[in-house]
Design a protein around this ligand. Structure first.
Ligand code: FCB
Length: 405
């Protein structure tokens, strides 16, 4: 049996673009069409249905919820800020608060306004100043309702997928472009951190808690030979900790937001940097069950990562962890196994303050479209009907009692 503390934050995570619908002023919206991808369209219509979704959240015993603000809604044209959309997000936060649910708010979750990307996006020398101007408006408008801020979601995934691997808009395939964006994102976080603290201080509000949500996978060498072990170390550093180290050195983390999903099984066939950084075992060694996108299910990994995070000496909030599957019994297996590993880490003295499952609703999974089903709640994309899954009810039992049998 594992007993979680009574102030533990229990909830689910989401992002605006993936659930709201009709975010037609974003770079992703234009790219989906141009690249011939499945289109996000109405997504889950959460923009209109948030009250009813938060009723479900409350029913499931959650006391926290992670969401993001859509920059393109707030600033549809450069320098023009929408009072209507600021009021919308204030109403969303109020809807959470009135149900006793603590918001965890992300300022950037992969998407950008179209005008921003047309000017060069994160490669532009103006990017950081533009992002900070948007942050300034949002923080001033919403500060009174928010304690937990996530400046940037998964910066390492964002700059690698969008500027190095060519998978996401603007489909860059250059190490140097990725490096430029890496530097801009680090600066954007560092300056946004100071900005948030300054605004709270000047407004006489109590100190907020600010972090990023960092995607960290468990890096495991397939065979323990020298090359695989060296590649694993290199990869662990570049994929997982390099960005964190920069912003931790700048003392701009109040806690660590951890997004954990899977294992990276390192098996490299040469010393070529591309292989060292990316090649994984293709021979089916050490097989594990997989989610519907083929990602290994490796609950021990969340424990291993939490132990590694100890070196920062900061509390950790699990800002994402979840499974896409068409078999909901697999979801509860996943959830309970990961919670057990988190419990184990807590027994070793690691402070974990909350667990936010990805995701509340089935939603638009970026370039993979609507196929993957991550939700605690099933969404019928024809009728937008929500159906609470049995795994969500089981998790609710843990949220309400703090006990995992
Ligand atoms: C994370 C993203 C989130 C979602 C999950 C499955 O990397 O932050 O938006 O797509 O993966």
């Amino acid at each position: 049996m594992i007993k979680f503390l009574s102030d533990f934050l229990w909830g689910a995570a989401s992002s605006s673009y993936q659930v709201e619908g009709d975010n037609d002023l974003c770079d992703w919206w234009a790219w989906e069409k141009a690249a011939g991808k499945e289109q996000s369209g109405k997504a889950c219509r959460h923009y209109e249905l948030f009250e009813q979704d938060f009723d479900l959240v409350r029913g499931l015993g959650h006391n926290a919820h992670r969401l993001s603000i859509e920059w393109a809604r707030i600033e549809p044209e450069e320098g023009r800020f929408s009072d209507k959309e600021l009021r919308h997000y204030a109403a969303v936060l109020q809807a959470l608060k009135s149900r006793g649910i603590e918001p965890v708010v992300t300022l950037h979750h992969f998407t950008n306004p179209l005008w921003f990307s047309r000017q060069g996006g994160w490669e532009s020398p103006r990017a950081v100043a533009q992002f900070l101007r948007y942050c300034d408006v949002v923080i001033r408008a919403l500060a009174g309702q928010v304690h937990y801020w996530i400046t940037i979601n998964e910066p390492t995934i964002y700059f690698s997928h969008s500027y190095f691997l060519g998978a996401w808009p603007p489909q860059g395939r250059s190490f140097f472009r990725a490096l430029t964006v890496h530097d801009r994102l680090a600066r954007a976080h560092i300056e946004a951190y100071s900005l948030i603290h300054r605004i709270y201080k000047d407004s006489g509000l109590s100190r907020p808690a600010v972090s990023i949500a960092q995607h960290i996978s468990a890096v495991v060498p397939c065979r323990p030979d020298f090359r695989n072990k060296a590649a694993a170390r290199l990869r662990d550093y570049w994929h997982n900790f390099e960005f964190m180290d920069i912003i931790a050195r700048a003392k701009t983390l109040d806690f660590i937001g951890l997004n954990y999903y899977s294992r990276n099984l390192v098996d490299v066939s040469s010393w070529w940097p591309g292989n060292l950084l990316m090649e994984t075992c293709s021979k089916g060694h050490h097989p594990l069950k997989k989610n519907s996108l083929g990602w290994d299910i490796y609950p021990e990994g969340i424990y291993q990562v939490l132990v590694k995070l100890k070196r920062y000496g900061l509390p950790v909030m699990i800002t994402e962890n979840g499974i896409c599957t068409n078999d909901d019994s697999q979801r509860w297996e996943f959830l309970s196994a990961h919670l057990r590993q988190i419990g184990l880490a807590m027994e070793q003295g690691i402070t974990v303050t909350g667990y936010l499952y990805w995701s509340l609703l089935d939603n638009f999974e970026w370039d993979k479209g609507f196929g993957p089903r991550f939700g605690l709640i099933d969404v019928d994309y024809r009728t937008f009907q929500r159906t609470v899954r049995p795994s969500a009810v089981k998790l609710a039992g843990v949220c309400k009692t703090g006990i995992l049998e």
